[in-house]
Design a protein around this ligand. Structure first.
Ligand SMILES: [Zn+2]
Length: 149
């Protein structure tokens, strides 16, 4: 499994990922109807492009495990510099093993995000004072310039 991003993919946007994922795994977004905003994810995936591959791999892995199609996505966002992937299960029952395996994938993905630059996908760490970000050295420098010029 490839968790580290392909640099070429950072040209793709999170909006493109949303479009692809919500089509491919439409059962995870049950209130979504054609032509309406993403529901229940009203604001879409609220993360930077550096987590593109991470999220894509998480969705693909969850879908492989979730054979009864029970997962419902509630929110995908950044908080305190890390990915927060909120989800639930619909009324269809899955085995405890499946619930555990999905939970494990989500915890792994959230942990990996804390070491993956949200801007470019390179190795990074959580930085910042009031607002926390996960950034690589290069993006950290750029961020500092943008904030203090
Ligand atoms: Zn970076």
């Amino acid at each position: 499994m490839k968790w580290i991003k392909d640099p070429k993919k950072t040209k793709k946007t999170i909006r493109q990922l949303e479009e692809r994922i919500t089509k491919k795994y439409s059962y995870m977004f049950p209130r979504q109807k054609p032509g309406t905003p993403l529901l229940p994810i009203v604001f879409g995936f609220e993360v930077g492009p550096g987590w593109y591959d991470l999220l894509e791999n998480m969705f693909n892995t969850i879908a492989l495990i979730d054979i009864n199609k029970t997962v419902i996505i509630q929110q995908v966002k950044e908080k305190f510099g890390g990915l927060r992937f909120y989800y639930g299960h619909n009324e269809i029952r899955a085995s405890e093993e499946i619930y555990d395996a999905i939970s494990f994938v989500v915890r792994c993905g959230e942990s990996i995000s804390e070491h993956t630059c949200e801007e470019c996908g390179e190795w990074g760490k959580i930085i910042g004072g009031g607002w926390l970000y996960c950034r690589c050295k290069k993006c950290e420098k750029r961020l500092k310039k943008e904030r203090f010029i």
